[in-house]
Ligand binder design. Structure first.
Ligand code: HPA
Length: 235
């Protein structure tokens, strides 16, 4: 048991899918995994282990934002020996060519958080995805016929930004979307020499605010992203 996870040793697979929402973790366990067993209920941050195509795989919520994902990812890696972590979440597009329902594979993550800056104030230490996971996810998504963008994202500490024009400026520099977790996950992966990737479905667009999705469409694209994440974990 760790401070925030009540699983016993061996209850968590060395490969894990990490949605922000714990109810999404439950959805994935119930719809994609066989023989899923719940290993965590502390703070309602549901986690499950089961099998996907015969491979032992786990899924657990992380909550929203970098402090929250950092706590769970740290304990999963350090206390439970998890080696492959794939975040599956939503993001807001800041690139006019990246539309709702499309996928973004976060090759790198810029951040306005101090999590990395606190450790390396003099450097812009880049937060990058594991290339092997990125390469696999890209080909799996393409083979599924999904419109998939590869590039950087902004991991922001702020959802309701007072400076949206600054975020949009990053869009002109090739940053595709804003989300709130990838940079911290990548930083932990770098520290502990494990593999991490962020896969995001675009749920809204800062630059094309008229673009919208129905709940049903969000569910379908979310389901596609789960498939990409799970297939990437087991290949
Ligand atoms: N900002 C930050 N995180 C997000 C957004 C956004 O616009 N959309 C989905 N997650």
């Amino acid at each position: 048991m760790s401070i925030h996870i009540e699983a016993t040793q061996g209850q968590i697979a060395d490969k894990i899918l990490l949605p922000g929402d714990p109810l999404r973790a439950k959805f994935i366990a119930e719809n994609f995994l066989e023989n899923a067993q719940c290993f965590n209920k502390i703070r309602g941050m549901l986690g499950y282990t089961g099998t996907y195509k015969g491979e032992k795989v786990s899924v657990m919520g992380t909550g929203m934002g970098m402090p929250s994902i950092s706590i769970y990812a740290h304990e999963l890696i350090v206390d439970y020996g998890v080696k492959k972590l794939i975040r599956v979440g939503t993001a807001g597009s800041i690139d006019p060519d990246v539309h709702v329902r499309e996928l973004v594979l976060a090759q790198a993550a810029a951040t306005n958080s101090n999590i990395i800056r606190n450790d390396f104030p003099e450097y812009d230490f880049p937060q990058i995805a594991d290339f092997d996971l990125l390469d696999k996810a890209y080909h799996i998504a393409k083979d599924l016929g999904l419109t998939t963008h590869v590039g950087s994202v902004l991991s922001s500490d702020v959802f309701y930004s007072n400076m949206p024009e600054r975020n949009m400026k990053l869009g002109t520099l090739g940053v595709k979307a804003i989300e709130m977790e990838a940079a911290a996950l990548y930083y932990l992966a770098a520290q502990y020499h494990v593999q991490a990737l962020g896969i995001m479905t675009i749920s809204d667009s800062v630059v094309n605010p008229e673009e919208d999705t129905t709940a049903q469409e969000r569910q379908t694209t979310f389901t596609d992203m789960m498939t990409v994440g799970l297939e990437t974990l087991i290949r």
